[in-house]
Design a protein around this ligand. Structure first.
Ligand code: SF4
Length: 70
């Protein structure tokens, strides 16, 4: 990621997310593979922005190593 050479930390807004919520790297070779390969689904997106943001928040919490039980 050109503007985030060390990656995007969880919970931090991507530096490539434009004010109108479009990805400025869309269609470019510099767009991370994880972004271009993501397949949106109803489970992930729901029917509104609040649902989608809560889903992302839950994924970040569940995948955070510091919140895992030993
Ligand atoms: S799709 Fe990837 S690169 Fe583009 S704004 Fe979202 S996180 Fe950033």
């Amino acid at each position: 990621m050109p503007k985030m050479p060390h990656g995007k930390p969880a919970g931090v807004r991507c530096a490539h997310l434009l004010n109108d919520l479009r990805c400025e790297l869309f269609g470019l070779a510099t767009r991370p593979r994880v972004c271009s390969s993501l397949q949106a689904s109803m489970e992930m997106c729901g029917s509104n922005r609040d649902y989608a943001l809560q889903y992302l928040h839950d994924l970040e919490r569940l995948s955070n190593p510091s919140t895992q039980s030993p």
